[in-house]
Design a binder for this molecule. Structure first.
Ligand SMILES: Cc1cc2nc3c(=O)[nH]c(=O)nc-3n(C[C@H](O)[C@H](O)[C@H](O)COP(=O)(O)OP(=O)(O)OC[C@H]3O[C@@H](n4cnc5c(N)ncnc54)[C@H](O)[C@@H]3O)c2cc1C
Length: 310
């Protein structure tokens, strides 16, 4: 596991903050793959005003990236130049605001959102039980499962733009498509309102249990992984194309294509992010050769390669 500082560093004096600002912060412990380098700076804001003030004062040349649970990320081994923003406890609250809607902090987990919805008798958000991410990640990625996705339930979200301006965006403004939004670069989602419909708590719990059991059976949930590696191409299932190309169990360095679910890559223990990314590229090559289909990465790959120019 590498935790080197970003090799393409941005030199700058950073504005004062009320939250926590850590230089050269290892990101591997914070992401599901448990690989990759350090953030040049990791910022955990005290609240949304702290984040907005900081971004307003920060040199506009410094890149900014939000980090949730790192469940859909490869952080490259050379680390992430600039500032990585991670939302802590102050952003993890979820509350019902009427009989069918919840106001959720951008750092709240899918499990917290779905269980709060159950307790408040709000149905239609059960699918979030199965996606191991935060509200900010769901909004950005249009996270979805079992026939529903974030775009179906999002009313609006509060976003701190890279400039420090705070705006409220609705689902139309985010231009949702499959696992994609038009959230601007460097923007951080600090809260979101999700709407379902009134439901009965026992039935909601039963649906959450059904989803959890289905997940357990089909996905390597206790592994170092990044979720679905490739988007499903139109008319195809990515896992089936990977399987047909003979990649089930294919290994490279310390990385392997999951035997259980062929659209998942695994860190078997000591994989570098370069191993994981190279394995993904090898799978893409073999699938193209076999079926002619070009798989598109769903996992976000961020940062710089180890040894990138200073
Ligand atoms: C075992 C497993 C199963 C999975 N199953 C599913 C599934 O069924 N469906 C599905 O859609 N995904 C699935 N995923 C992928 C992942 O959980 C989702 O993409 C999730 O939305 C990522 O959320 P996160 O908060 O961890 O984001 P991260 O992985 O930390 O980041 C992903 C992207 O979101 C951005 N981001 C994160 N937080 C914010 C924020 N506050 N504001 C702005 N941008 C932000 C990041 O900059 C990055 O671009 C799975 C992953 C794993 C490991």
């Amino acid at each position: 596991m590498s935790a080197s500082a970003p090799s393409v560093a941005v030199s700058t004096d950073l504005p004062p903050v009320r939250g926590k600002l850590t230089p050269r912060a290892p990101l591997a412990p914070l992401v599901w793959f448990k690989s990759g380098g350090a953030a040049q700076w990791l910022f955990e804001p005290k609240d949304a005003d702290d984040l907005a003030d900081f971004l307003r004062a920060l040199d506009s040349a410094v890149p900014v990236m939000a980090l949730g649970l790192g469940s859909n990320l490869i952080v490259r081994d050379g680390g992430v130049p600039g500032v990585v923003v991670r939302l802590g406890k102050a952003f993890a609250k979820v509350e019902a605001i009427d009989a069918a809607a919840l106001r959720c902090g951008g750092g709240a987990s899918g499990i917290l959102v779905s269980s709060t919805a159950r307790d408040a008798g709000v149905a239609g958000l059960e699918f979030l039980r199965s996606i191991p991410g935060t509200v900010g990640g769901f909004v950005r990625m249009n996270g979805g499962a079992y026939g529903r996705e974030t775009g179906d339930i999002l009313v609006e979200c509060d976003v701190v733009l890279r400039s420090g301006e705070v705006v409220t965006l609705d689902a139309a403004a985010l231009g949702y498509s499959y696992r994609h939004s038009r959230l601007p670069e460097g923007a951080v989602v600090v809260s979101a309102t999700f709407r379902g419909q009134p439901g009965e708590s026992t039935a909601i719990q039963a649906e959450m249990d059904r989803i959890a059991a289905a997940r357990e059976e089909s996905q390597p949930l206790r592994s170092k992984t990044g979720g679905s590696t490739f988007k499903n191409p139109n008319g195809h299932k990515a896992w089936a194309l990977v399987d047909e190309a003979g990649c089930r169990g294919l290994a490279l360095g310390g990385a392997q294509v999951s035997e259980k679910h062929t659209n998942f890559l695994l860190n078997l223990g000591e994989a570098t992010s370069a191993d994981i990314e190279a394995l993904g590229e090898e799978v893409r090559r073999r699938v193209k050769d076999k079926s002619g289909v070009e798989l598109e990465w769903e996992i976000q790959r961020v940062g710089v390669q180890s040894g990138a120019m200073q």
